[in-house]
Design a protein around this ligand. Structure first.
Ligand SMILES: [Zn+2]
Length: 453
C-alpha cells in the first residue's frame, strides 16, 4: 500500500513535500516524493491523506495502561499523597475492571498516534490489551517489596509470569521485561535479584528513579511521607529502613542494575551532575515524563544537562492516573515549554525546538528502549509503524506554516487521522478497527463509579 500526504516527516532526515511511504507486509519498503515512489512502484494501491503529515508512530516510553480508569480520580495533590490515594482505591477494582482499563489505555494510545509503549504492570493486562488492539511494545513485569523475606517468592512468581507473558505475546511485537518498582518500594536484595534475572534471561529493565523530592529525602535522609505514612499503608512499618546518605541514583548504582544492557530510568527529576554522570557512564536511558512531573509537583528534569552528558532520552506519559490524557502532542509541547521556561532568553543558540521534541517522541524513544533499528523513523526496512496527522480540517490547525511547528505547538491527539502498526491499520479516521469503542467507554463509566469518593 502506498500512503501519501502533503508532508512526510521521516525524522531520520529532512521532511519531504508531496511525499509517499510504501508499505509491504509489516515493513516500510520506500520513502520519498510521491512522484519518485510511484514511478518506481507503479500499480500500488494509493491511500492519500491530503494536507496531513505522515510520520513514524510515537514511542511512549513510560505508561501503565491498566491505570487508565484512574483518570481524574486523584488530581490535585502532590506525588506521595497521590500515590497513597491511588493505592487505597486499587482494591475496589475486580480483575475484569483492570483488564478493561488496560484496553481503554491501549485504545487511547492507538487513537493518539502511539504505536509502541513501554508499560509497567504486575498483572499482565497490558500484554493482553496490546495484543487485542494491535499495539506494540515492551511490557515490564513489576516487582516490589521492602521485606527481604518476601524477595525470593516475589521473584519466583515474576519469573513464571514473564514466561507466561512471553508465550501469550507469541509472534506479536510485544517484548517482556522486568521492573523493580522504585527505591522506596524495593529491598536492595530485590534489585540484585532482578538484575541477575535480567542478565540471565536478557530482559530489558525499567525502574522509577529519582522522581519526587519525597523519594530523594527518603533515600538520603530516611525522612518524608514515604518513610512514614506510605510505609505504614504498604504494611512495611516493621521493616527497618536506614538513611543511606546518598541520592537515589547513587543508591541504586550499588545493586548492579545499571550494569545491564537495556536499562530505562523513569523520571530522573531529582538528580545532580554526579547522578547524571552515573547514568551516562552506564548507558542508562531516561524516560522523561514532563507533564506528570509537573502535575504531581515532582519538578522539571534537567534535560539540557541530559543532552550534554549524551544520555538517551524518550518521552513518557505515565498513564491517565497521573497525566489525564495519553497525548504525545501535549507531552512534546508542555515538555518544550517547561524547558524554555527554565532556560530563559539568554539561551538562544541552544533554544529547545519543535524538531528536538519530535525526535524525543520518536527515534530517541526507540533508542531509549534499544529498538532504534526497528522503529522510531520512516526508513526502508523498518517496521511499518506509521501515523497520519491532519493539518487542515480543524480551525485550530489552519493555516499551516512549518509542519514540525504545527505538530508540536498546535496539534493534539484528536488530529490523528490514522495509526498503523506493523503494516496493520488499527485506527482510521475516528474508527477503532480492533476494539469495540462503545463497550470500552461504557465499561470505563461503570468502573469509574467504583472509584468515586
Ligand atoms: Zn510510572
Amino acid at each position: 500500500m502506498l500512503l501519501t500526504a502533503k508532508y512526510v516527516i521521516p525524522v531520520s532526515g529532512p521532511h519531504i513535500e508531496d511525499g509517499a511511504v510504501l508499505v509491504s507486509g509489516d515493513r516500510i519498503v520506500a520513502v520519498g516524493t510521491r512522484q519518485d515512489v510511484v514511478a518506481a512502484h507503479p500499480g500500488e494501491e494509493v491511500r492519500d491523506f491530503g494536507l496531513a503529515v505522515l510520520m513514524p508512530g510515537f514511542v511512549d516510553v513510560h505508561t501503565h495502561l491498566e491505570y487508565s480508569v484512574f483518570r481524574g480520580a486523584v488530581d490535585d495533590v502532590p506525588y506521595t499523597a497521590w500515590k497513597m490515594q491511588v493505592q487505597r482505591k486499587e482494591p475496589r477494582l475486580a480483575p475484569a475492571d483492570w483488564m478493561d482499563s488496560a484496553v481503554l489505555g491501549a485504545m487511547e494510545a492507538v487513537g493518539s498516534g502511539i504505536t509502541t509503549v513501554a508499560d509497567i504492570t504486575d498483572s499482565g493486562n497490558s500484554v493482553r490489551a496490546a495484543k487485542q488492539t494491535g499495539l506494540a511494545g515492551i511490557v515490564y513485569r513489576e516487582v516490589s517489596t521492602m521485606d527481604k523475606r518476601q524477595v525470593a517468592g516475589r521473584m519466583q512468581t515474576a519469573e513464571a509470569d514473564i514466561d507466561a507473558w512471553r508465550a501469550l505475546a507469541g509472534d506479536d511485537p510485544i517484548e517482556i521485561g522486568i521492573a523493580p518498582h522504585s527505591p522506596y518500594t524495593c529491598h536492595p536484595s530485590l534489585f540484585s535479584a532482578a538484575a541477575t534475572l535480567a542478565s540471565d534471561r536478557s530482559l530489558p529493565v525499567a525502574i522509577h528513579l529519582a522522581g519526587s523530592r519525597d523519594e530523594y529525602d527518603f533515600v538520603r535522609y530516611g525522612s518524608s511521607n514515604l518513610a512514614q505514612d506510605f510505609r505504614e499503608q504498604a504494611g512495611w512499618h516493621d521493616v527497618a529502613w536506614m538513611p543511606t546518605g546518598v541520592s537515589p541514583v547513587q543508591y541504586v548504582l550499588q545493586w548492579g542494575l545499571f550494569d545491564l544492557e537495556r536499562v530505562l530510568a523513569v523520571h530522573c527529576v531529582q538528580v545532580d551532575e554526579r547522578d547524571i554522570d552515573v547514568l551516562a557512564s552506564h548507558g542508562v536511558s531516561v524516560a522523561h515524563c514532563p507533564r506528570c512531573n509537573a502535575k504531581l509537583g515532582m519538578g522539571i528534569a534537567p534535560l539540557r544537562s541530559f543532552f550534554e552528558h549524551g544520555l538517551t532520552v524518550g518521552l513518557g506519559t505515565d498513564s491517565p492516573a497521573s497525566n489525564n490524557t495519553v497525548d504525545p502532542f501535549d507531552e512534546m509541547r508542555i515538555g518544550l515549554l517547561l524547558q524554555r521556561s527554565v532556560s530563559g532568553e539568554s539561551d538562544f543558540y541552544r533554544y529547545f525546538t519543535a524538531r528536538t521534541f519530535m525526535r524525543l517522541a520518536t527515534i530517541h524513544g526507540a533508542r531509549a528502549l534499544g529498538m532504534e533499528d526497528e522503529i522510531g523513523s520512516l526508513e526502508a526496512g523498518k517496521r511499518a509503524d506509521i501515523i497520519a496527522v491532519d493539518l487542515s480540517s480543524s480551525p485550530h490547525m489552519v493555516p499551516t506554516a512549518d509542519p514540525y511547528s504545527a505538530l508540536v505547538h498546535t496539534a493534539n491527539q484528536k488530529d490523528v487521522l490514522a495509526t498503523m502498526v506493523a503494516g496493520r491499520m488499527l485506527f482510521d479516521r475516528g474508527e477503532y478497527l480492533t476494539v469495540d469503542k462503545e463497550r470500552a467507554l461504557a465499561r470505563a463509566q461503570e468502573i469509574r463509579d467504583k472509584l468515586r469518593g
